[in-house]
Design a protein around this ligand. Sequence first.
Ligand code: FRU
Length: 534
Amino acid sequence: SIVSKQYRTAYHFQPPKNWINDPNGPMYYKGIYHLFYQYNPNGSLWGDIIWGHSVSTDLINWIRLEPALDRTTPSDNNGCWSGSATILAPDSPVILYTGSDSSNRQVQNIAFPVNLTDPYLTKWTKPAYNPLIEPVGDLNSSEFRDPTTGWVGKDNLWRIAIGAELQGKGAAILYKSKDFVHWVRAKDPLHSSSASGMWECPDFYPAVAEGDGSETKYVLKMSLTETGMDYYMLGKYEEDRDAFVPDNVVDDYRLWARIDFGKFYASKSFFDPQKHRRVLYGWSSESDSASDDVAKGWAGIHTIPRTIWLDNSGKQLLQWPIEEVESLRKDEVHLQDIDLNTGAVFEVKELKEASQADVEAEFELYNLERAEPLDPNWLLDPQKLCEEQSASAPGGVGPFGLLLLASDDLVEHTAVYFKVYRSQNSYMVLMCSDQRRSSSRPGLYKPAYGGFLDVDLQKERKISLRTLIDHSVIESFGGGGRGCITARVYPEALCTGSTYLHAFNNGSTTVKISTLKAWKMRRAKINENISIRS
Ligand code: FRU
């Protein structure tokens, strides 16, 4: 049908059909990027999960290979679930993944490439001695999964962490091994917290700041089933105790730092040695109904890979779409110095294909006097604040921002915007992505997402917004990557006509667009067909 075609993305990672969820085992090996993913070969709802496999040389265009892991053994015949790749010295990649075994227990398995001279690592094999790690003792066999990439300690032993719920606490359980095959559980988890339940898909790595100071912090990322969102903590890794120690222990997960304020889950990163950067992928599930997914024949996409690094303050992570995505840009539109007065709605007419675009805008704030005071209680629930103080509600400094994927009459639109609040002697910036008017179709999940950004408006009175628009997905980056919001939207206008881009301001103070650049994005080559066979 027309509907299904228009909601499919043009430059985001997705297989030709069916369900996908988590990115798995990302790595760079002998000049090739590998990406595996949770895949249902039999339909567009979750189930029968195996590992799909694609390769790339630029992280944007992907070649689809045969699935790497199938449900073929007693230790994975109910599902080959999430896991990671580790490149063991000198030169051998391995996969650790969770199997849902024949008794539906979650066990940890290993797989090896069949032929190391095949640069695509097309075929993988599982040894008969799987599983390597079983849920014994105090481990709950249905809350024990998603092993991390391994790392080596000073004692030369390998380490991995596995997501779990341990005595009601979210935990990353630590295991050690000499040979990557025999694993011994450490006495204490790498970290745990009673502020949340099960931690899925833990990710643990050092993050480095740009520039000379080169401050390093460790990052522990966890995915919480109770909210379906990704959180992280920054801290130290105390090697002798084998413990991650967060800089701030926060016992309410609503105040934990977020990777993305929107529809973004089960993210996983890897270090790209070719470009000396850490790259992060996330899964963005659909916000339409299961019956829509069956009708579309597909569900789930991965976000555009992001570089992720430590802010110079050492207090938060920054994220930005990898530079390679810019190779898809064409037909640049460049506007400058546009004043948005109270009530302004300014159409960017020059952008011809607003459903497949990259937009970079910079807003300059003339005056912060009218910034409204911040109620500290709002910090717990910025999403609610975005709902209550919507894009159309008059404010002081803001709301201002962009209306994306708008219908010609503006009845349908997704508003991505900022609002500045005063808090003691400084300012707080709320960033929102409001999907409530994104589509007139019934049966959609249309929340408003949001969070606070740490931008220093006293230093510079500017806030930037980058947005990647690709049919049913909008990925927004506020304040140079200080806050990210991924949203899934299904405008009817995509099927019946064109969509448009506008800038707006509903604050009582004028805001200037100092620059706005927009590009039409080319279609990427994504998993079109299996062009390599072993
Ligand atoms: C996260 C997750 C993982 C699990 C996989 C199963 O989305 O639930 O914890 O390994 O998906 O597909």
